[in-house]
Design a protein around this ligand. Structure first.
Ligand code: ACO
Length: 428
């Protein structure tokens, strides 16, 4: 909705720009004509003040610690919904009826298998390959298998590709894990839930029956919900930018996976658990807090801080609660949980973290719970990618359906040499 006009004074002249209002959240100043009118660009590396798109999917109020998917608070979805229903919500905009959910779950289950030739891609990787490297390669390779659904201008093709990606991701992720162990790949069993099926393909073996533990299934499903979408973060923006050129969805999601891998983003859950292991016992925490505060030391508290949340990440609250439930149900404990709780307590009472508004993010507790379920650290970001795929495809679909969509093309502040003549090699 276009609201007031905003006057910007540049080079001594006034220019009017519309202020656009969303349904909630900060207004945006529409500066699309700025370059044409003033000859100047804006400068915002890291996009700290720039809205790059319009979206109706996910809303975050970082100051209040609020996260809504299509208007529904993440806490309510984590408590009452399930991952398949949340996927439907993100893809279609509304919660499904019972019949719609049944139909959607059935459709997803029809796409869980991988082409046998795709399975042979795995053997090209070294046995010790990081599973995220395998994910980038295998998901990108899906482009070579589904020529029937890569006309991105066709909504049906987009829908089928979206369903394929959501459906195949657990099979691809589980196979990456199996390959690292040297165990046979497990075919999907569509009698099981989306999450139960993933657990069986990951932890089951063909030689034995695998019984899905309902407590683990529920916890895992909730972890998937917590990671399903998160507005215009780095990997989602990567998917949008890749998709803006008209690239096929499989290639775009592979680009998102590559971006997610970084330790400042999805790789933080792996880094957070490694950090907790390095800290070891609560008595060592003060030393690491001092290191995190030391500007000359590159060490940061992993799983702490967030570009958008300047309050407790609401996903971290649910994650901590889920962790307690899993530990109680499995009758296990992990001293790292005590270390994590103590670290949180000490950091949150330290002026450095208070002033900079650094709180635990979703990754702070996720590593402990995933480790308790039995995943090695290298699989943590893979699980994140699996769950985030629905958010990526929903955002990609939203972008492609927007008639105003243009190829993404940021500008730059050039600071290199001005034009100069080429110098022959013997004259340099
Ligand atoms: N430990 C110690 N200091 C920190 C931390 C941290 N975890 N995070 C931020 N700071 C400090 C910075 O040093 C900086 O201090 P300064 O103002 O004195 O220079 C200030 O807080 C602001 O930090 P920035 O890096 O400028 O904030 P930005 O918004 O760019 O970064 C980020 C956010 C990348 C998440 C950062 O907080 C971080 O590196 N955290 C650790 C990694 C992590 O947990 N990532 C997961 C994010 S959630 C996700 O992707 C699902």
């Amino acid at each position: 909705m276009v609201g007031d006009q905003s006057k910007l004074s540049i080079y001594g002249k006034d220019f009017d720009y519309s202020v656009i209002k969303g349904t909630v959240g900060p207004d945006v100043i529409d500066i699309r004509k700025l370059y044409g009118q003033t000859g100047a660009f804006t400068f915002d590396p890291g996009f700290t003040s720039t809205a790059a798109c319009e979206s109706a999917l996910t809303y975050i109020d970082g100051d209040e610690g609020v996260l809504l998917h299509r208007g529904y608070p993440i806490g309510q979805l984590a408590e009452n919904s399930n991952y398949m229903e949340t996927c439907y919500l993100l893809l279609n905009g509304e919660l499904p009826s019972a019949a719609e959910l049944k139909d959607f779950s059935w459709t997803i289950s029809r796409h869980t298998m991988l082409h046998e030739q795709l399975m042979s891609f795995y053997s090209g990787f070294r046995r010790d390959a990081h599973p995220m490297a395998i994910m980038c390669g295998v998901v990108g390779a899906l482009s070579a298998f589904y020529h029937d659904s890569t006309d991105i201008a066709d909504p049906d093709h987009r829908r089928i590709s979206s369903h394929r990606l959501v459906a195949k991701m657990p099979t691809i992720a589980a196979a990456a894990y199996k390959y690292s162990l040297g165990q046979p790949f497990m075919y999907p069993d569509n009698k099981l839930s989306y999450t139960g099926n993933f657990l069986r393909m990951t932890f089951g073996v063909p030689a034995e029956e695998y019984e899905v533990n309902p407590v683990i299934e529920k916890a895992m499903d909730r972890i998937f919900i917590l990671h399903a979408d998160h507005e215009q973060n780095a990997s989602t923006s990567t998917v949008r930018l890749a998709g803006s050129s008209g690239a096929n969805p499989f290639a775009c999601i592979a680009a998102g996976i590559a971006c997610l891998w970084g330790p400042a983003h999805g790789g933080a859950n792996e880094a957070a658990l490694n950090m907790l292991r390095e800290i070891g016992t609560p008595d060592k925490i003060p030393h690491y807090i001092e290191r995190a505060k030391d500007k000359n030391d590159p060490f940061r508290l992993m799983g702490f801080g967030h570009r958008v949340y300047k309050n407790y990440d609401p996903r971290a609250t649910v994650m901590q609660q889920t962790l307690r439930e899993v530990f109680a149900a499995m009758k296990v404990t992990d001293p790292l949980f005590d270390t994590a709780l103590k670290l949180e307590e000490l950091a949150l009472s330290d002026p450095y973290f208070i002033e900079k508004k650094l709180f635990p993010n979703v990754d702070f507790y996720s590593g402990i719970i995933l480790s308790a379920i039995g995943f090695p650290t290298t699989m943590f970001t893979v699980l994140f990618a699996l769950a985030r795929t629905v958010g990526w495809v929903a955002q990609w679909n939203e972008m492609i359906s927007d008639p105003a969509q243009k190829i993404g093309r940021p500008r730059q502040l050039y600071t290199g040499p001005t034009e100069r003549d080429y110098v022959a090699i013997d004259k340099r």
